[in-house]
Each structure stands twice: as structure tokens, then as C-alpha cells.
Design a protein around this ligand. Sequence first.
Ligand code: SF4
Length: 430
Amino acid sequence: MLNLNQLGIQEKELLLSRIPKYVDPQKVHFKINAFFVHRNCTVFEECYREKMVSYYPMLPLLEKQVEFAEADYILYCHRYACCHDMSDIVLKELAAIDQHRKPGAEIIVVGKAANVEQLLNGSIKNISFYMSHFTEKLGKRFQVSIKENYFVWDDEYNWLAIWPVDGCLQKCKFCRRSYMEIPFESLSLDIVKQNLDFIKESNPERLHNISLRAENLTEYGIDIYGRPMLHKLLDLLQSYEEIHSINIPIGLCIGEINSDILDALCRCSKLSEISLNLEAGTNRLLDLIGKPHHVEDAINVYDKLRSSNPNLYISSVFMLGLPTEGIEDIFELAKLIGICQPDHLRCNYYICAPKHPLAKLPQINKQVREYHLKILLKQLKSTLNRRCTIEYPSISKKSRKFQRKMNILEEINKYSPLPHHLRSNAVYIP
Ligand code: SF4
């Protein structure tokens, strides 16, 4: 059986590519086919967390697989939803597996794809759903010593990735969380300390750079301590001499940064990089999309962090094309970005999934969305005085033509909302 303890990610990737896909069914105890786990984790890139925390530790189980037609167990995973809702794909694939599997073979759906259980409503028989801790559950089921690993040395990025909490208690109206279940669970501070101590003893150099990750880090500890404990976690990390730098690359929820957390972020001298997502530039839009912060909160957090740690690299994400978005929201967003002065900005277009609460509102059309992007980029030229890299979606040719017309309009009607007929069927909510 594979021993993964000392291997880095590159070695695991290599191993994965070398695992013989299928073995002689006579030579294995349990006849597993994990084609869908392979395909969804490696070809279509499951999320970093799923890969590091659950998938690589599963490698010993995947070492011996039989062909689909021979399998008594078929493992299935899918990211299910990211920006797009992909539940239709999951339903189709499961229907096909159901139709072609060997009589009596069991389908085991692991991870986020287990959300499909409600949609299937019992229509597929002999199927199990392992939403969380699926590596551990599979290990127990097949008596292989495997379980999730929340402290992963990544030799590609040269950091120790730590996932102290999974899940999110918010339900922002543009997020998959508004219709997907992912159980909320934190690791206790004691467990974090035990793991850090173990690494300190065995491989102290692996502590030098920490990547602290979670979909919603600001809620760390609520399930165990009854209140957020990110400040205690930061203090714990700060206390290790071996730790030189800490990055927090997944956007913290600004509305959940309380004074304890903000103070801890400010005093954490090892914090080198943080992501704080502004999302939108007006309180009207922030309320509409269900973000728990207002622009004033964002300004306060940016300001305090900048004053306490001037070298901190701050990245931010915002969305364009939100329902009811008007040109004045774009000017306000540019103003907000100008005040906050992030070092890196990423613009995402809002992608409407029918299950989002926002789907009930009138949507902005593609051309107006691209026009908003162009106006914003123009505005940012004059509002950003810090060196800032900006990632944004490409602008289509068709829309460039449209933009020329819009530029003329813009000149005529500078700071006022777009004419109504150009806003598709968007309306303002007072
Ligand atoms: S806080 Fe983040 S993860 Fe949670 S619902 Fe909002 S956008 Fe989604």
C-alpha cells in the first residue's frame, strides 16, 4: 500500500499518473471503480481543498481498481456547483451510471455532489451519499487506513496549507451556499496546536510559510466555542518562531470581522497577504446581494490593516453585472476601490444560477455588463495610486462596437444613470 506521509504534492501527482488504471478483478478484495473520482478531481480540477484534504489521502484506495463493468462499488464525485450550478450534469452522469452498472453494484457519491440526494428523491436505488469526511468513511468501509488531512505540505507553493474550518453559515444571495449544503465544522485550537507541534518536531522548515484557508475563516470556532475564534487562531500561529509568514488567500467576510478579529489581524506581524472581497461599491447593492458588510465597514478594515501593516499585500474581488446594477454603482465602486487601494483586484461577472435568490430579479444584459466594466477600468486609472494588478474578463468584439456608442453617451451624460432602454429590463429597487 502507498505510504504518503513524506511525499510532496508533485510526487503525489506523479504517483497518481502512474497508478495502473485497472487491475485483474480476481486479485482484489473489493472491486472498486473510481473513474469519476479520477476524472473530476484531476482532469476538471476539483477545488484545491478537496484535492489536498480528501483526494490525495484516498490514493491508497484508488491503487487497485477494476473496470466499470466489473465493479461492485462505483465511486462518484463532482464539484456540483462553483459559479455555475452543475447539478444537471451530476444527475445525467448518475443516471448513466445507474443504467450501465453491473447488477447489484453500489454507487457511492462523495463530497459536494452528495447534494444531489434531494434532487434524486429516491429515484436511483442502491446508492450512498458521503458528504463530509468521505475519505475516512471510505477507509472504514474498505478497511484501508486513510482519512482527511487538514495540514498539507504543498511543495509546489512551498507552504503548509491549513484548513481549520469547513462550511459557511452565511447565505449570500449570489453564492452556491444559498442552495448547497456543506456541513460546518471547525478543528479545535488544541488539535491545531497538536498538529503544528508535530510538524515543528518532525519538519520545522515546513512551518515557514503558512497558507490559512477556508471558505469562511471569520466563522472559525463558532461550532465549538459558541463564538468566532479566528483571533485566537492567529495569535497561536504568531506564537511559533518557526512560522515566518502567513497568507490568507480566500476572501474574509468583511461583515464578520469583529473588533477581536480586526485587532488580531492588525497585530499579526507575520501576516503577509490577505484577501478582503469588496464585492460591490454601494450599500444598496451589498444589501441586495446579502453581504453582511457596508462600504464603511470595508473602508474601516482596509484602513486599520494598512496603518498597522503597510507592507501587507491585500487582494480583493468584486462583481459586475449584478441585478439592477446601474452606472452610479460603478462610479461608487471605483471610488471605494480608490479609498481602499488594494494591491490586486479581480473582477468576476455575476453568473446567475436559477437557484440563486437573485435569479428572481431582472438581470443586466451582457452588453451593459461589459460597458460597466469598461467604465470602471477607465475610472480606476485615475483613482488607483498604488501599484495594483487587475484581472478582468475579456471584452467581446461585438461589445466593443456597442461601447463606442456608449462612450458617446457617456460623454454627453457623464455621471448620470444610463437611459432606461439601454439597461435591458433592469430596474432599481429603492
Ligand atoms: S460568506 Fe462567502 S462562502 Fe459564505 S455565503 Fe457568502 S460568499 Fe458564500
